[in-house]
Write a new protein. Structure first.
Length: 83
């Protein structure tokens, strides 16, 4: 992957938070910004999307009628609120 250089200016508090997040995630601030831009603008390759789909398919998650699943989710949330 070829990278192009750009310069970004951040307010001090935003930069400090980026530094903290980068340290926690063990990545550079540039890496955080590249990932955020790609995510925000949906800039992913077709291969990335297919790989993500394969990972989801391999999870063998329970799937049912969308209306039924929505109803179960709402009922579960309401039951949790009662506690």
């Amino acid at each position: 992957m070829t990278l192009k250089k750009t310069t970004l200016l951040f307010e001090e508090d935003v930069y400090r938070k980026l530094q903290e997040k980068a340290k926690i995630d063990n990545v550079s601030i540039g890496g955080l910004v590249r990932e955020a831009v790609a995510t925000y603008y949906g800039i992913k390759t077709k291969e990335d999307k297919l790989e993500a789909l394969e990972k989801l398919k391999s999870l063998s998650l329970p799937v049912d009628d969308p209306g039924k699943m929505e109803k179960e989710i709402i009922e579960g949330a309401l039951n949790d609120m009662e506690y």
